[in-house]
Design a protein around this ligand. Structure first.
Ligand code: AMP
Length: 423
């Protein structure tokens, strides 16, 4: 026997019914995006490595976890670790005429992380990005869309953490204060954080290492350094959320995993999940990103939500269950000779989901498969039925037993009965 292969560490085959559930989740997200006027963008899953180096040069996501390689032309390529940079690259490339440009996306991302429950090397995200407006009403729309999406799945144990990371007008004073504080306390910081401090002091606040927590807890906070304008912007975002009844917690040490965030930043956490992997989404403003990718200065904001983790949170809450693909009818063919092939084709062309038995198996074996398929109806073609131009229609879940139906009437009769049960 030759050796078998396995899916690589940190990757999974997502199969029915989980795969259908994941698609249903993406559909639910697409519906929220449609309701709010967002167009769909599908960008490549690999990009010029430079796109990510430019936007996240001091982050773990880019420097440590990225799948990057040289292709056959010697070009440096990266599998995308996230989609904001790709979408902004697309915005700069295509320069859409009408602003704000509002898009949504879904798809796989790749990060070479240590796999554990809720943390994979290939995982899926859904998200939105808005470029071309810094109106706080956009921030409110973006955060609300995420919030309503979780609600649409039936999730109720989601908390919203909110912060403002300021902008170039307030950052110099804050960075100076933060740097001074961290340097004064460097002796008690982990070696890794001392290293990070040299590159980007803000990132030290994102440290999850136990040794750093006390110092991080006492660090100066950005919201105390906001200029009047940035402070007013943040206040407007909070007021808007208040007016919609969306509750949030101000989280002054919330910094995100990438460097480009400015002003409004937020994270959604599931209180139904274990603490370490409870982030089910996050995002924020990135007003300097388009310019750093070679475009005109253009404000932007967006978020990405982790599909795999949202589904774990749904499991924990016992919501958004999905039965997978269930046919409307299962055809059991006891005579052979192509009858089931013609019938299945005919029913499918009438929009009826029809599965069937194969391999000339016994009636009993086919009935077992019909049961397992969970189809509400079975059609049985026996010798008598074939001779009479009829089929037997059996109610698999209800109590109407079985009826003999003329072959010609079957599509209409079945459509009617399916309509009745779905009502
Ligand atoms: P980030 O861009 O890191 O803020 O990620 C946004 C969301 O994607 C997170 O809140 C998680 O729900 C999800 N996510 C990030 N990394 C992973 C991963 N390695 N595996 C599964 N989900 C992830």
């Amino acid at each position: 026997m030759v050796a078998k292969f396995q899916a690589l560490k940190g990757t999974r085959d997502i199969m029915s019914p989980d795969s259908e559930r994941q698609r249903a989740l993406v559909d639910a997200f697409a519906e929220q995006a449609r309701l709010a006027g967002y167009g769909h963008i599908m960008s490549p899953i690999f990009e010029d490595l430079g796109v990510f180096l430019r936007v996240g040069g001091s982050t773990d996501v880019v420097t440590k976890e990225m799948y990057d390689f040289e292709d056959k032309d010697g070009k440096r390529i990266a599998l995308r670790p996230e989609l904001t940079a790709s979408v902004v690259r697309a915005f700069v490339q295509h320069n859409p005429p009408s602003l704000p440009w509002k898009v949504w996306y879904e798809g796989p991302q790749f990060r070479h992380e240590k796999p554990q429950a809720g943390r994979y090397r290939q995982f899926s995200q859904v998200g939105i990005e808005v470029l071309g407006s810094d109106d706080p009403a956009v921030d409110i729309e973006v955060i609300t869309l995420g919030w309503r999406f979780y609600q649409s799945l039936g999730m109720s144990q989601v908390s919203l953490l909110l912060n403002s990371l300021g902008d170039e007008t307030c950052r110099p004073a804050y960075f100076a204060a933060l740097e001074e504080y961290l340097r004064d306390n460097a002796a008690n910081l982990s070696e890794k954080s001392v290293e990070t401090l040299e590159k980007n002091p803000l990132r030290v606040l994102d440290s999850k290492r136990g040794q750093d927590q006390e110092i991080v807890a006492g660090a100066p906070i950005m919201v105390d350094y906001l200029t009047e304008e940035t402070g007013e912007h943040f206040a407007a975002v909070r007021e808007g959320l208040d007016s919609l009844g969306i509750s949030y917690e101000i989280s002054p040490r919330l910094v995100r995993g990438l460097d480009y965030y400015t002003r409004t930043t937020f994270e959604f956490a599931s209180t139904a999940l274990e603490n370490a992997q409870n982030a089910v989404g996050g995002g924020g403003r990135y007003d300097g990103l388009a310019e750093s990718l070679g475009g005109k200065p253009t404000p932007g904001i967006g978020f990405a939500l982790g599909v795999d983790r949202i589904l774990l949170a749904c499991d924990a809450e016992g919501v958004f269950e999905h039965a997978g693909a269930v046919p409307d009818v299962f055809i059991v063919d006891d005579v052979g000779g192509g009858e089931a092939t013609v019938l299945a084709d005919q029913l499918r062309s009438h929009g009826i989901a029809a599965d069937r038995g194969f391999d000339g198996r016994s009636m009993k074996a086919q009935m077992k498969v019909a049961n397992r398929s969970n189809a509400p109806w079975a059609i049985i073609i026996g010798e008598t039925e074939q001779a009479d131009g009829t089929v037997t229609l059996r109610d698999m879940h209800g109590d109407t037993g079985q009826t003999l139906i003329s072959r010609d009437d079957l599509p209409n009769e079945l459509s009617q009965r399916l309509g009745e049960t779905s009502r």
